[in-house]
Ligand binder design. Structure first.
Ligand code: ZN
Length: 449
């Protein structure tokens, strides 16, 4: 049994129910768990100390939507909306393989960790024939880097020939998609407290998936006790598609198909009207809001203020790097706050509310009550951000200065009490080597185009 004291932070932002912030606070970590939070001497003698001076401690950030494989296909279809962007990128993604997946996951997960993210999901829905064991590859990378991982076994079974958007070369049969989803849960899912890997089942979107796959995925997930995830109400294109094909708007469709509930979370949820927002909240469904991606693709602005006020579960997601152009979850806090104010100051999120979405909110979306806040008994997922440098000279409220200012690299990140980032560098991998390998494989991907 070893005890680590994170000693004398400028502020510990606990994100507990009361929103407690502790100036000069310290955190005692014992065997992967937070044993004590307070000021002064801890109740038990630590074996090691980590100097928290000059930092703000927050819960490790929780990312609720991502597509890691896209890390190697950035900067493409730059002036397109969602459908045009997808049509340009699907044929590129159709060539994904294990080498690509590994290099992309290493770059993406390293970037996330360095932005203070301790738990992330990934939504991998491109499984061309012969691509290899992509889910196993990314789980292996998450283990290497030490982040908590919730990969979603995504799927598409509605190709162009059946009226869907993706080319037929990137879709699976419905039966194959369901069998692979079940296999992923049986191989990798760990429901225990402190789990480092949990699987969700995640058909991609209303315009790339059949009704049968949606309905049977929901049945399967409920039978296996895992969560459900999909893209929803991202753009007006999608809404039009749903109305033309099914005579329903996206959220109405989910209601029809049994896709609302505490075991479901949606990426985006931009095009929700007031009734939809209440329905999401009343059914305890979750939302991964991805403001940077929504802006990059000109999708729109999600009604996050209303969702939060109605009591829905809401987290933040970076979304794939082909639409975000980064895997910077810390930066997404500021983005969420700024975007919420675009229509006027009344509906705006405060910087602390945006942090809550990126921590506790994300944990709630992923069905975890063991992470997301710095409280006794929670798993020891803690990010420490610097507030002693040039970027913060002049902030009277260091927490507000940190959250509202320029994005920061975490000085330290602990996951399950273990260092993932130490002194601003990855603790278990070589960042420069990851970057070199990422560039090499991205060049191969580009040259195959
Ligand atoms: Zn997405």
């Amino acid at each position: 049994m070893t005890r680590l004291l994170i000693d004398s932070c400028e502020v510990v932002v606990t994100v507990d129910d009361a929103g407690t912030e502790i100036a000069g606070g310290s955190i005692l970590v014992e065997d992967g768990t937070i044993a004590w939070v307070g000021t002064g001497d801890p109740p038990l003698k630590p074996d090691h100390r980590l100097d928290g001076r000059g930092t703000v401690a927050t819960p490790g950030l929780v990312n609720t939507h991502h597509h890691l494989y896209q890390t190697l296909t950035r900067g493409r279809a730059r002036d397109q909306g969602l459908f045009g962007w997808l049509v340009e990128l699907y044929p590129v993604w159709a060539r994904v393989d294990e080498e690509w997946e590994r290099a992309a996951a290493r770059v993406g997960l390293a970037q996330l960790a360095l932005s203070g993210c301790s738990t992330t999901t990934d939504h991998h829905y491109v499984h061309p024939a012969g691509a290899g064991d992509l889910l196993a590859v990314e789980i292996d990378v998450a283990r290497e880097l030490g982040v908590r991982f919730h990969p979603c076994r995504g799927s598409m079974d509605l190709g162009e020939r059946d009226g869907g958007l993706p080319p037929d070369s990137v879709v699976e049969t419905t039966d194959d998609a369901l069998a692979a989803s079940e296999e992923a849960v049986r191989r990798f899912h760990d429901p225990s407290i402190g789990s480092m890997v949990r699987i969700a089942i995640a058909p991609c979107s209303p315009f790339s998936v059949t009704e049968r796959l949606m309905r049977e995925s929901a049945d399967l997930a409920r039978q296996l006790g895992v969560l459900l995830h999909t893209h929803l109400a991202e753009t007006q294109d999608e809404e039009r598609f749903c109305v033309e094909r099914f005579g329903r708007r996206p959220l109405e469709l989910m209601d029809d198909w049994g896709w609302l509930g505490p075991d479901v979370w949606f990426a985006h949820a931009v095009y929700l009207d007031e009734k939809d927002v209440r329905r999401v909240a009343d059914t305890s469904s979750g939302v991964a809001s991805c403001p940077s991606s929504n802006l990059r693709l000109g999708a729109g602005i999600a009604p996050v203020r209303s969702l939060v006020d109605e009591g829905a579960r809401v987290g933040l997601g970076v979304d794939g790097p082909a639409s975000n152009e980064a895997s910077d979850l810390f930066g997404e806090i500021r983005q969420a706050m700024l975007v919420s104010r675009a229509m006027g100051p009344e509906g705006g999120l405060s910087e602390r509310e945006a942090l809550r979405l990126a921590t506790r909110g994300g944990a709630e979306v992923l069905g975890r009550d063991d992470v997301g806040s710095i409280e006794r008994g929670k798993r020891a997922d803690v990010a420490l951000f610097p507030v002693d440098g040039l970027d913060h000279a002049g902030a009277s409220d260091v927490v507000a200065g940190l959250l509202m200012g320029r994005t920061q690299r975490a000085r330290h990140l602990l996951v399950e009490g273990r260092f993932v980032v130490r002194d601003g560098r990855l603790a278990s991998a070589d960042e420069d080597e990851i970057a070199r390998e990422g560039r090499r494989v991205a060049q191969r991907v580009a040259s195959n185009a």
